[in-house]
Design a protein around this ligand. Structure first.
Ligand code: CP
Length: 375
């Protein structure tokens, strides 16, 4: 790898990852170059984590994220501890997120946490002595899925500029599309087409936050959008995010990608999906060379390998027993105690986490944990 890429990767040592904006465009690029090097030279990295331990704390179900993190650590030579069922941990006795993180950071070198409460990984990171990675928090963010998405585009398209990206399905509760939108907003001449029913539209707060950095249109018609797209990002309508089950039943079949719709698309369009799918992509679309969602899950493992190496500040051939200390998280200097109005926010679900909000440019307050804007 080039020297300047190595230097940029080294600057990630000790950092935590809560959302895509935590890393600059250059830092992401360096991470993808490290991912390329791991794919091309796996033997160089096979023992880089020989004496390191990853803790995976999963309070919500997962196949890809948890197992790709665990496989990533195993392929780097490290070991894994953790739980996939919080009922088997002392959380079930009422232990707070902060106490759990404080204890586990005494055991492990790095933590990946998935939680149904929005902002929970940030609360964990504030208490942890080692780097923490947000592996998905409620409907809020899923930054390592975004790394998987970007790594796939990086490998298969070679550039993030000048793309038209269709996001289809549940854009309201879909944390993967929120993270991807933020990440892609920083590249040149990227256009977004939001394809969703009225009830599942992209949140206006997020669109407002990104302002003029994004160029977007919206439609309810997949057929209308298909011919324009370079990337189609399909999402599942997530039953677990709906309080109103009747609404879920009404919306769950809103968009189904089939061969007829694929026939309307460009020959080199990429179909991505964070998976799992239910019925939003018909099985016979899998045979189409443009269906890249299974490759995306593999690239997700490689980019998580790169992330672990970078956050631990490791260099091939140099083993260290020293623990990588977590660096402070970015908190707005004018943040103050303002109650969050989001019932799913960690400040309303964990007795040890105090409300904390930053001022927004238009005179409101935004929660430092879940980004809800109080109006
Ligand atoms: N894409 C994704 O987050 O999948 P899992 O829920 O299986 O981890």
């Amino acid at each position: 790898m080039e020297k300047n890429v190595m230097e940029t990767v080294k600057a990630l040592k000790g950092r935590s990852l809560m959302e895509p904006f935590d890393f600059s465009v250059d830092e992401l690029e360096a991470l993808f170059c490290l991912g390329d090097d791991i794919i091309d030279n796996p033997q160089k990295y096979a023992h880089i984590c020989d004496n390191k331990i990853l803790a995976t704390l999963f309070y919500e179900p997962s196949t890809r994220t948890r197992l790709s993190f665990e496989t990533a650590m195993c392929r780097l030579g490290g070991k894994v501890i953790g739980f996939a069922d919080p009922k088997a941990s002392s959380v079930s006795k009422g232990e707070t997120i902060g106490d759990t993180a404080r204890i586990i950071s005494g055991y492990a070198d790095i933590i990946a946490m998935r939680h149904f409460v929005e902002g929970a990984p940030k609360a964990a990171a504030m208490a942890s002595s080692v780097p923490v990675i947000n592996a998905g928090d409620g409907g809020h963010q899923h930054p390592t899925q975004t790394l998987a998405d970007l790594m796939t585009i990086h490998r298969l398209k070679g550039s993030f500029d000048n793309l038209t990206i269709g996001m289809c399905g549940d854009l309201k509760y879909g944390r993967t599309v929120h993270s991807l939108l933020k990440a892609m907003s920083r590249y040149n001449n990227v256009k977004f087409v939001f394809i969703a029913p009225d009830e599942l539209k992209m949140p206006q707060d997020l669109i407002d936050e990104l302002g003029e950095s994004i160029s977007w249109t919206e439609t309810k018609s997949m057929e209308e959008a298909m011919p324009q797209l370079d990337v189609l990002y399909m999402t599942r309508v997530q039953q677990e995010r709906f309080d109103d089950k009747e609404q879920y039943e009404r919306l769950k079949d809103s968009y189904i990608l089939d061969k007829a719709k694929m026939a309307l698309a460009k020959e080199d369009m990429m179909v991505l999906h964070p998976l799992p799918r239910v019925n939003e992509i018909e099985f016979d679309v899998d045979e189409d060379p443009r269906a890249l969602y299974f490759d995306q899950a593999i690239y997700g493992m490689y980019v998580r390998m790169a992330l672990i190496v970078a956050l631990l500040g490791l260099t091939p051939g140099e083993l260290t027993w020293e623990k990588t200390r977590r660096l402070p998280l970015a908190i707005h200097p004018e943040a103050k105690e303002v109650a969050c109005t989001n019932p799913k926010c960690v400040t309303n679900n964990d007795r040890a986490v105090k409300a904390l909000a930053r001022p927004t440019e238009d005179g409101h307050w935004a929660c430092e944990y879940c980004d809800t804007v109080m109006k």
